[in-house]
Design a protein around this ligand. Structure first.
Ligand code: SAJ
Length: 404
């Protein structure tokens, strides 16, 4: 039996996929409400194909519990936050999960850590825990790091078709874990050492962060000198070796805006491009605010109650608001002692900020300027509703709108 520990954005789909593919799976989470919801037959977040996969996994016998199971295979998918002050990873949840596994596991256990960790974390924090226990690494317990790569919004497809990395001390044990993932993953699976797996995961997200920062810097240059950044990127991307990403209002989510900081925290003297890219992406919400003030002046809109923000999530068609550019922008407003602007997001079902409304008509009522922060399908389908207002579109999805 495989016990998946941590049933969040990564753990839940992974547990479901394993179960749907014929593995005996129990999903464990310390959050009582979350396990209760799953046991009532409901999923805990929105993701394309998740509900169908959930039903399939249920029919194959997946179970959910608050308790760690007694078994010989664990996959740990708990979050790894970072300390905002010193930029270093805070492995507290992984440590707690490993400690609890050690209290429950059988001899000859495969302990697979999927959570993203900075290079060296497993040596520094996890190995010592096992060394202090009654188990022996490489004999009675086998340590594996198998970082995930799935993209929220396309998780179910990517679980099946993305290649993966498995880091192991012992390649035979790595091969055993590869066979578990091969029950659902149809792409290549590389087996390597643990530190390589840790580092490659973090630099994949750092690579994307740097490339988005480049697009954002281009957007600033083009805006300064009245050039069309989207046309320029389109033309440049016709070069066979150029692939510039999209500028936007900032980088959110719990991965790309966080993982590069692990490298900055560990190698402060060596991370120049990485640090600059982080600062550029973090500067975008304020940049949007400045531009809003400029548009309000130009269009003679003096009343903030006539300005609305569309989109609270960190990217289109997901309900995840972690580190979202809109929330970063509102935090910045609060730092300047002003209240968040009126906002609306069709994907966010709970009220999470002041002045958020839950109905699109109520949102549009009385607005003169709409700022599009997230390009949800919903706004593309309802773009005619924006005909009578000024639109500042940070996503370049609404024709004729003012862009970044
Ligand atoms: N963004 C831009 N411009 C772009 C692309 C993205 O501004 O051209 C913004 C998005 O709007 C969003 C942020 O970047 O705010 C991140 O979104 P994303 O879709 O690029 O990535 P995530 O954070 O949802 O998922 C990433 C993925 N990593 C890479 O593509 C290298 C995913 O494969 C990882 O599994 C995930 O991080 C993770 O869990 O680490």
């Amino acid at each position: 039996m495989i016990n998946v520990i941590g049933l969040g954005y990564i753990g839940l789909p992974t547990a479901l996929m394993l179960a749907a593919s014929g593995n005996n799976v129990v999903g464990t989470d310390v959050n009582k409400g979350l396990v209760k919801t799953l046991n009532e037959g409901k999923t805990t977040f929105e993701e394309e194909g998740l509900d169908e996969l959930f039903q399939e996994a249920l029919s194959k016998g997946i179970k959910f519990s608050n308790d760690y199971q007694v078994t010989d295979k664990y996959i740990i998918t708990v979050p790894t936050p970072y300390d905002k002050d010193n930029k270093k990873i805070d492995p507290v949840y992984v440590i707690k999960a490993v400690q609890t596994v050690l209290e429950n596991c059988l001899e000859n256990t495969l302990l697979i850590i999927e959570s993203t960790v900075s290079p060296g974390t497993i040596d520094k924090y996890i190995r010592p825990l096992i060394e202090e226990s009654k188990f022996t690494i490489g004999e009675t317990i086998h340590l594996i790091h198998a970082p995930e790569r799935i993209l929220p919004g396309n998780m179910i497809h990517e679980l099946r078709y993305n290649s993966r990395t498995i880091g192991a001390d012992n390649l035979d044990k790595g091969q055993m874990v590869k066979e578990i993932y091969q029950t659902f993953c149809e792409a290549d699976i590389a087996v390597t050492d643990i530190k390589t797996a840790e580092m490659s995961k973090v630099i994949e997200n750092t690579f994307r962060d740097i490339n988005i920062a480049f697009a954002n810097e281009l957007a600033k240059i083009c805006d300064f000198d009245d050039m069309d950044v989207y046309e320029i990127i389109k033309v440049a991307n016709m070069h066979p070796r150029v692939n510039i990403l999209n500028p936007g209002p900032g980088v959110g989510g719990h991965c790309i805006s966080v993982d590069p900081w692990f490298l900055v925290g560990d190698y402060p003297e060596l991370t120049n491009i990485i640090t600059t890219a982080r600062h550029i992406n973090d500067s975008m919400p304020d940049y949007v605010l400045k531009k809003v003030a400029q548009i309000m002046k130009e269009k003679n809109i003096s009343d903030f109650s006539k300005v609305g923000v569309y989109g609270l999530t960190y990217k289109p068609n997901v309900d995840d608001t972690r580190e979202s550019p809109t929330l970063q922008m509102f935090e910045s407003m609060e730092r300047h002692l002003s209240k968040p602007l009126k906002s609306y997001d069709p994907m966010v079902k709970n009220k999470i900020v002041e002045n958020q409304v839950m109905d699109f008509n109520e949102f549009m009522d009385g607005l003169e300027l709409v700022i599009i922060m997230v390009g949800h399908k919903h706004i593309i389908e309802n773009s005619d509703r924006l005909d009578s207002v000024v639109v500042y579109d940070t996503q370049n999805i609404i024709p004729e709108a003012i862009t970044l």
